[in-house]
Design a protein around this ligand. Structure first.
Ligand SMILES: Cc1ncc(COP(=O)(O)O)c(C=O)c1O
Length: 385
């Protein structure tokens, strides 16, 4: 008797492969310069590699404590105090996560129930919406204003209601590189102050800040801090995205609930990596990371200046948006495909970051690459006219 095929109905069966996976695969197939997915193409500091090795050799190869090793929790709490003047208790208000992605998923799973509304801003990084929906929540998207990608707080006020459970903030912003200002933080505080609305602050690019901007963390504002899960990514900050190590900071009552979910999702993350990152953080000048990336941004912006692409302003993250409307009238998906296949440069179209069709004819380029790669990409783009 033939085996009857299973009928499988996954909760995210409507979701396709992400645009990052698609464009990276296309770049590989056509051997294009890959400025699409957000990861560095340069070497990791050998000191950091050696620290992981040493910790493995020293026998730190079994489970870490559920919240993360104390050394790493302390190092993050220390830089949070130093950079943002914000205090968190290292034993009660921080958890080390498997990248910020897991922290975001856990914070949403911890708090969002059927019928809850979650406000997010589009274009948005791709992991927020599916997690809201998986947990029965309803995403409410507010569009950032093109081309500055700033927030119209009056629009936010209009969509807030008694079902609003959470607002998701991402600064510095992927894909645009825009950053929140003090006025933005104040406007947000005014909206949430007398409510039970929670905040999820995705600050994975907190140290990648340049062009005269300052990273204003949600944790630096008392009203916002009190209700916020703040996510960071050591993978992003220290050029080791493949190590998938991030953190979540939150006041004790929120963190207590977060850890109840975290313990069943992952229990804990990679111990030798955590110990190595703790030692490394204690001797690293995090303020220097912005300058390191500013240099790359300048090289790429200069390379774009001799092409038909127009660089939009960027202040943080390692992304550069570029308007291609004087080079092509194609929609951004078609153009990004053609750019990869015919012209040898892979970038990410911005329309998939929107919930509803929006095509401003801009592509996102990742400049976390060797300067030679960025200059080569510029030379190839210049050929388009
Ligand atoms: C805005 C944003 N949040 C979260 C993440 C994921 O961070 P991690 O690699 O630490 O999971 C990314 C990665 O690209 C991102 O751009």
């Amino acid at each position: 008797m033939p085996v009857k095929p299973l009928h499988i109905s996954g909760k995210l069966s409507h979701v396709e492969s992400s645009i990052f996976t698609l464009m990276s695969a296309l770049a590989q197939k056509h051997q294009a310069l890959n400025l699409s997915q957000g990861f560095p193409d340069f070497e990791v500091d050998p000191v950091l590699i050696e620290l992981v090795h040493q910790n493995m050799k020293a026998g730190h190869n079994q489970y870490a404590p559920m919240a993360g090793v104390p050394e790493l929790r302390q190092a993050i709490v220390d830089f949070t105090q130093d950079l943002y003047g914000a205090q968190y208790h290292p034993d009660k208000e921080i958890t080390i996560t498997a990248g910020a992605t897991q922290g975001i998923a856990t914070a949403i799973a911890t708090t969002i129930r059927e019928g809850d509304e979650v406000i997010l801003f589009s274009p948005a990084y791709d992991c927020y919406m599916p997690m809201i929906e998986l947990n029965g929540g309803t995403p409410i998207t507010v569009k950032l204003e093109h081309p500055n990608y700033s927030i119209d707080w009056n629009q936010v006020k209009r969509v807030v209601n008694h079902r609003t459970k959470m607002i998701i903030i991402n600064t510095p912003h992927n894909p645009s590189g825009s950053v929140l200002t003090q006025d933005d933080l104040n406007a947000l505080a005014e909206i949430v102050e007398n409510s039970n609305i929670l905040l999820l602050a995705d600050e994975v690019y907190e140290h990648i800040i340049f062009n005269g901007a300052q990273h204003l963390s949600i944790r630096s504002h008392e009203v916002l801090k009190q209700r916020a899960f703040v996510m960071g990514s050591l993978g992003k900050s220290l050029h080791v995205t493949g190590w998938k190590t991030g953190y979540c900071l939150a006041p004790e009552p929120l963190m207590k609930e977060f850890q109840k979910v975290h313990q069943y999702q992952v229990f804990c993350t990679n111990k030798p990596v955590q110990l190595a990152l703790a030692e490394y953080l204690n001797t690293t000048d995090l303020r220097a990371i912005g300058g390191f990336y500013e240099q790359k941004q300048k090289v790429f912006e200069k390379a774009l200046a001799s092409t038909g692409f127009k660089a939009l302003p960027t202040y943080g993250s390692y992304f550069q948006l570029a308007d291609y409307s004087s080079v092509s009238t194609q929609d951004d998906m078609t153009f990004a495909h053609e750019l990869t296949v015919k012209h040898g440069v892979a970038a990410i179209p911005v329309s998939p970051f929107y919930r509803f069709p929006t095509d401003h004819k801009v592509l996102r380029f990742c400049f976390a690459k060797n300067e030679e790669t960025l200059e080569k990409a510029g030379a190839l783009l210049a050929k388009l006219g």
